[in-house]
Design a protein around this ligand. Structure first.
Ligand code: AMP
Ligand code: ZN
Length: 490
């Protein structure tokens, strides 16, 4: 410390005794400081320029990466183009197909052949009259002989996949057929797997079983591979919504079959095979490409589809027109072997049936049916048959309310989930939540009881006037209504 004080005193003494020398030093120190300041400024500029350069490079890199991805995608598309028969048809069409292939570059799901053999052999076998193993009808899936099938059933009946499906299909003619068990056996669950179902799900299996049960392949000379392509694409065209998914289509397909057969519709209206084909086709496709939000939402938000279909039966128009678009492609044209007249009639019935599922038109259909039931006892004219089929699909569509309670409660849970999802979207858009769609004000019991009282039960009673065997649905609906009266959630 002493040394430092001594140095400072010495320096001060020198500055006073030789001021010039120190002025020079101060000047050069100032100059040095100025140079350093300039250098610093230059470095700051350089740093700024480098930062800007880096940002530009980053932007460029992002743009290049995006472009690379685009090119990769284009490249991929081109590769698919070469092998994708869908694209070839699209290229050939004057009127370009607006539907994207739901299976992407595939034409069929890689189904489990043994499973289809087991299903097919439940309805046809190689011993039946007119079938032999060379038959073109068995080109894709060869059924077993009666003896082979007995052996297969014994072998597989306890198998978690084949056994579960065979046992579920044993009940396909019954009111308690359960699509959930078919779906879970094939895909592990009945919700998360719905957008994937690589090898097919409940719709695939139910459709295949029923088409063989009614022998439609043979009656209309339908190519089995094309039918499998068609159902693969139809199933893949359903979204993984909580309720409006391919499992709902499978359920509606099954109930339509029930109404036709045990319900007595085929007999009551003397329906032709063509009408049966139309009915099963309609049920399978009736909610194709459903986005999980209803017509009202589309209309309120002035969506593209609402504009396209002028706010009229927006989704129902989408379902039916998309599938007719799909079958323009020969690979998916399940109706290819029909004559022009047959094709026209099937189309007429399908359009009528699917458009009738718009619940906005429910009152109109009930009134039409009421008038018609009062007019004549028989139901045999062409218009009567089409009306009866439309009513059958409408009934199948809301039949969950009249099914055994275990099945009904699963569906009512799923539709509530979907309603709440729509309510969330409405809230996020600043719109009022539609009735029973606000999860912050749950009222499932109230909603279900109102739906049963005002729509379901009166409608099922009307159908039971035409088809007395369908009273089972009224009895179940009454039971399900009682459940909610005892389990109010609001
Ligand atoms: P779809 O949309 O073609 O399935 O038409 C049937 C409509 O009926 C559904 O969209 C629902 O609005 C309604 N619905 C069916 N089942 C129920 C249910 N359990 N509770 C309330 N609404 C239902
Ligand atoms: Zn539906």
């Amino acid at each position: 410390m002493e040394a430092y004080i001594y140095d400072q005193m010495l320096l001060s003494h020198q500055m006073q005794s030789h001021p010039k020398e120190f002025e020079g030093k101060e000047l050069s120190a100032k100059e040095e400081a100025k140079t350093l300041e300039d250098q610093n400024e230059n470095l700051e500029h350089e740093l700024q320029a480098l930062k800007e350069n880096l940002a530009r490079n980053k932007q460029q890199e992002d743009a290049s990466r995006k472009r690379l991805e685009e090119l990769k995608r284009e490249n991929n598309d081109l590769a698919h183009r070469v092998e994708d028969p869908w694209q070839r048809v699209k290229d050939k069409q004057r009127d370009p197909c607006r539907l994207i292939n739901p299976l992407r570059n595939k034409t069929c799901k890689p189904f489990d052949k043994l499973l289809l053999q087991l299903i097919k052999s439940t309805y046809v076998n190689l011993d039946s009259e007119g079938y032999d193993d060379m038959s073109v009808i068995h080109k894709v899936v060869k059924p077993f002989t009666v003896l082979e099938m007995q052996d297969m059933r014994d072998r597989y009946i306890l198998d978690p996949l084949y056994g579960t499906i065979l046992m579920a299909l044993d009940k396909i003619d019954d009111w308690d057929f359960n699509v959930f068990s078919v779906q879970a056996a094939l895909n592990g669950d009945d919700h998360a797997s719905l957008p994937f179902q690589e090898k097919g799900g409940a719709l695939f299996v139910t459709f295949y079983a029923l088409f063989w049960k009614y022998d439609l392949f043979k009656k209309f000379n339908i190519d089995e591979q094309v039918a499998l392509n068609w159902v693969s694409a139809v199933e893949a065209g359903y979204h993984g919504n909580p309720y409006h998914n391919s499992m709902h289509a499978a359920d509606v397909l099954h109930v339509t079959h029930y109404i036709l057969s045990k319900g007595g519709l085929i007999e009551r209206c003397q329906l032709s095979d063509k009408m049966i084909l139309s009915a099963l086709f309609s049920a399978a496709i009736h909610d194709f490409d459903h986005p999980g939000i209803n017509n009202n939402f589309h209309i309120k938000t002035r969506s593209h589809l609402a504009t396209l279909y002028n706010d009229r039966s927006v989704l129902e128009n989408l379902h039916v027109s998309s599938v007719f678009e799909l079958i323009k492609n020969p690979a998916f044209n399940i109706l290819a072997s029909l004559s022009e007249d047959q094709w026209r009639e099937v189309r007429e019935v399908v359009v009528e049936m699917v458009l009738a599922t718009d619940m906005g038109l429910h009152g109109k259909y009930v009134a039409m049916m009421k008038t018609r039931l009062q007019e004549r006892a028989d139901f045999l004219q062409k218009d009567d048959k089409i009306l009866a089929l439309a009513m059958a699909l409408k009934m199948a569509d809301i039949s969950n309310c009249g099914r055994p309670q275990e099945i009904y409660l699963r569906w009512s849970g799923k539709i509530s989930d979907e309603f709440y999802q729509q309510g969330d979207r409405e809230r996020n858009l600043g719109l009022a939540c539609s009735p029973f769609m606000d999860r912050t004000q749950p009222a499932i019991a109230k909603g279900q009881i109102s739906f049963m009282n005002y729509i379901v039960i009166p409608f099922f009673e009307q159908i039971s006037e035409l088809l007395p065997n369908m009273r089972v649905s009224v009895d179940c609906a009454e039971g399900n209504k009682t459940y909610w009266a005892q389990n109010d959630d609001s």
